[in-house]
Design a protein. Sequence first.
Length: 304
Amino acid sequence: MLGAVATATAQAKKPTLMVVPSDNWCYQNGFILEYDNQGKMVKTPDYKRALQENSDLLLVISKINQLMTDRGFPLKNLESSLKTLESEAAEDNMSQSKSGGEVSESPTDKLKKVAKADIWMQLTWTVNEMGPKRSITFNLQGLDAYTDKQVAGASGTGPQSQTPELAILLEEAVLSQLDLFNGQLQKHFDDLFANGREVMLRIKKWDSFSGDLESEYGGEELSTQIENWVSANTVGGRFSLSDATENMMLFEQVRIPLYDATNKAVDTRGWAKGLQKHLKEAYQIEAKLVMKGLGQATIIVGEK
């Protein structure tokens, strides 16, 4: 009976989407932002300026939003998410531990945390002109917002038309490919329901921590106790411990449930807080939890 309910829930839910211009489109059109990543200048798309200065972008996003809404997909709005991010920026200007351990996040990482969309739909398009006729060539990529892996894709060129309307040209180009694209999205989301969402977990230690990850707690090394917790709290015990020393651990392909026993959504932060709580309750170890984007959690043992 429970299995039937879970299956019905999976079939009823669709991934939440957010449509954004692709990195390539932003770079080609000069919408680039540079930020300081621990002393190194890094380029990233400037979505805010792109929306303010390119009216075609607003039209294109609105049209894709409409097409996806018509097919039952919930959407997050890029412009609204950017405004939310700005209002929160003053509160979260700097992420530092009490010991001064700084965490560097890209503007895109921060936007992902605010928007909380499952999938980012990255769109690139070009208008082709042949005499009085025009067509659109497009490339649509569905990226898992937690892993940045591409999970769906569609591309093509629409029929030539004499309409001056960009939205109509785009719709004519995209429509023939959209059902296949949506099928790929749904297949990915169904996999998340069955096998869990893929995230990453790093374990580090503060210099002030008296022991290390090889110190014994409860008759086992701390690293083993952490690995045991991860195994017990992942879907089917699925994860890969790709690196481990006395000072750090790296868990990749960690599959966490989408929903808990009360059908409340589980995100990476909430899941990792469970480990943070376990370390304190079982071994009296304080730890700081730091997030990067939606899908990368770092727990630093030794202090908050």
